[in-house]
Design a protein around this ligand. Structure first.
Ligand SMILES: Cc1cc2nc3c(=O)[nH]c(=O)nc-3n(C[C@H](O)[C@H](O)[C@H](O)COP(=O)(O)O)c2cc1C
Length: 182
């Protein structure tokens, strides 16, 4: 896929099944994440890869977090199954250095760029994906299970897999609605 074609037509897709990215494709996805623009070269990111049995482990962590919130049984069950919506989930963490001359928001933006770059790398290799957050990106139990520092942020879970059906083509937004020339 041509780079510009990818940039101009990228979209998310949530109907994901197997096959998961091959080891080589996953490696490329992770390497694309590492190419995120990074002010001060702090590398303020960390990726946790969940596939196969690890997806069930992630579901357990989500379910425990839901239980801690006294969620009803159906919601706990739903939380447990969330990671099974794709054969590969990458948790992307902003590994924030506090009280640094590079503001925390810039470090978090870098981690966000990682997600975007990884999604693009997935699509470029024939896979599809969707960036998700939801309450389990912010829950202290999840952060603690991931052994994150208190300033760290889970910026998202990137779900990646093979599209189960045709990816719909989304209409383009109008440049003139968002851009002005000074
Ligand atoms: C930070 C962030 C968090 C998101 N969290 C969710 C989410 O939890 N669930 C969801 O369905 N979409 C979520 N989205 C939106 C999807 O990733 C996607 O962008 C959206 O469905 C629009 O599709 P598009 O990317 O093709 O325009 C999130 C997007 C961002 C940037």
């Amino acid at each position: 896929m041509q780079a510009l074609d990818l940039l101009l037509n990228r979209s998310s897709f949530n109907q994901l099944g197997g096959p998961a990215p091959s080891d080589e494709a996953l490696n490329n996805i992770l390497k694309a994440g590492l190419r995120a623009p990074d002010h001060g070269n702090l590398s303020p990111f960390k990726f946790i890869v969940f596939k196969d049995e690890a997806l069930n482990d992630l579901g357990e962590i989500f379910a425990e977090a839901a239980e801690q919130e006294n969620a009803p049984a159906e919601k706990v069950e739903k939380a447990k199954n969330m990671p099974l919506r794709a054969p590969l989930v990458i948790a992307v963490i902003a590994s924030v250095t506090q009280a640094h001359k590079i503001p925390e928001i810039e470090q978090i933006i870098t981690a966000g760029c990682c997600v975007h770059g990884m999604q693009m790398a997935a699509v470029a290799q024939g896979y599809q994906g969707i960036w998700r957050t939801g309450e389990f990106a912010y829950h202290p139990h999840v952060k603690s299970q991931f052994k994150l520092k208190s300033a760290d942020q889970i910026v998202g879970y990137l779900y990646i897999g093979t599209a189960k059906s045709q990816v719909p083509v989304k209409p383009n937004k109008n440049i003139s609605d968002f851009v002005q020339y000074w």
